[in-house]
Ligand binder design. Structure first.
Ligand code: GDP
Ligand code: MG
Length: 439
């Protein structure tokens, strides 16, 4: 995939002392290939490479970083720009309800995304209703009703013998009566763009004047997703895109081309079939994900200023040998504390953000003192091998540190979890990227 390929390019750059025309050229050739293989639009790739080239050559390599790192940074920054720079918000306007219309081809994920979006907006405190204007597939309205029910979002009943336009207009009236702030309109799709569908969508658009028309794109269809989005934009006019199925094999090539080709931002991404699998689109994170580094890039930036490199190397060695002891754990917590909020930092490490108990794993200041006290109350042997800490020892440690046995249990549980994560992390080569100077 794209991430692996780029990693290879950067690894080869690592040995070089400086950025010159020759090694930049070589790296760019490979980046170009990787992007094309990831199904990024040809013209977009061409412009991208040109731009990176002009920025890379002629730039002095900073003493403290390697040419590889420097290229990563340039490529990364340019990717962020390509993806739209910053995340873009939905517009709601000043009417109640603000109609949000989801459009797209059949099977792209409109109905699922309608409900996901309703959930996200409801969570942010908005009163949200849903309605289906899909009168063609008998199961479509039922599907929305069932999914909506699951998350407790009201779905306005519609009569499938009426026209989609009438359904939408009446649903807006009903939503107004019920005091909804947002009404999400789930529309019918077709297998291909056809005039009938477009006519219908245009009529709905002029009848309800949506605050947002969001094109739902299936990432699995690659370049096609971009072409269809462009067509919808031309014929109907769209305000933004939600790209679904980003959890699949598609490595985001389509997402990369979108903004450049149609000039409309990607606003959300669907990352799974489950109702909670919708994320606000962050260009920064996406760029890092494409580069295969989680948000490690920003971690590196922060870390560079604080973490003692030699220590980091030693730690990496120990993690590699699975010797990450409680003592190391304590050191790390104190070290990381210097960089900012622990939750922020841990959240940037791939995998960590997925730990449910992140809150406990990333303690606040008071918790941190507690943890340090507990670890300080352990014998050296215990710190080196937590498995020997049985009930009797836990009691003693709790007493010694002025905490409770539960506190000790919790700490050991978190530590074990992190140790497990670290092992996974290193086996995937993530730690290598973390260590500066080694992209
Ligand atoms: P519609 O025809 O556009 O309304 O599409 P549906 O909402 O019915 O979704 C079609 C299929 O895509 C369903 O099986 C969904 O579960 C699936 N789907 C939708 N969004 C995602 C996503 O983000 N990831 C994955 N893996 N599947 C999705
Ligand atoms: Mg549907």
């Amino acid at each position: 995939n794209l991430a692996e390929k780029l990693e290879g390019v950067f690894k080869r750059l690592k040995g070089r002392g400086r950025l010159d025309e020759e090694n930049v050229k070589e790296a760019l050739k490979e980046i170009r290939m990787a992007l094309l293989e990831a199904d990024v639009n040809f013209k977009v790739v061409k412009d991208f490479i040109e731009d990176v080239r002009s920025r890379a050559v002629g730039q002095d390599v900073l003493d403290s970083i390697t040419p590889g790192q420097q290229i990563v940074k340039i490529v990364h920054d340019r990717l962020v720009e390509l993806l739209g720079g910053t995340s873009s918000q939905l517009k709601f306007g000043h009417r109640f309800p603000a109609p949000i219309m989801l459009v797209g081809l059949q099977g792209c994920g409109k109905t699922t995304t309608s409900v996901k979006l309703a959930r996200v907006l409801a969570k942010s405190g908005k009163r949200v209703g849903l309605v289906s204007a899909d009168v063609y597939r008998p199961a479509a309205m039922e599907q929305l009703r069932v999914m909506g029910e699951k998350i407790g979002a009201p779905v306005i009943r519609a009569d499938s013998s009426q026209s989609p336009v009438k359904i939408c207009v009446e649903a807006v009236e009903e939503a107004k009566r019920r005091g909804y702030e947002v009404l999400i309109l789930d529309t019918a799709g077709r297998l291909h763009i056809d005039t009938e569908m477009m006519e219908e969508l245009k009529q709905i658009k002029s009848a309800v004047n949506p605050s947002e028309i969001l094109f739902v794109a299936d990432a699995m269809t690659g370049q096609d997703a971009v072409n269809v989005a462009a067509k919808f934009n031309e014929l109907l006019g769209i305000d933004g895109v939600i790209m679904t199925k980003m959890d699949g094999d598609a490595r985001g090539g389509a997402a990369l081309s979108l903004k450049a080709v149609i000039g409309k931002p990607l606003k959300y991404v669907g990352v799974g079939e489950k109702i909670d699998a919708l994320e606000v689109f962050h260009p920064e994170r996406m760029a890092s994900r494409i580069l295969g580094m989680g948000d490690i890039l920003s971690l590196v930036e922060k870390a560079q200023t604080v973490v003692d490199e030699k220590k980091a190397r030693e730690l990496e060695q120990r993690i590699r040998k699975n010797e990450f002891t409680l003592e190391d754990f304590k050191e790390q917590l104190l070290q990381i504390k210097k960089m900012g909020s622990l939750q922020d930092i841990l959240g940037m490490i791939p995998g960590f953000s997925k730990i449910k108990s992140l809150k406990q794993a990333a303690p606040d200041e008071r918790e941190l003192f507690k943890i340090v006290a507990i670890i300080d109350s352990m014998t050296k042997k215990e710190r080196n091998n937590y498995l020997i800490i049985d009930g009797r020892r836990r009691k003693r440690i709790a007493l010694g540190s002025g905490t409770s046995v539960q506190d000790v249990n919790q700490l050991l549980k978190n530590y074990a979890e992190i140790k497990k994560m670290m092992k996974r992390f290193t086996s995937k080569g993530g730690m290598k990227a973390l260590r500066r100077g080694n992209f």
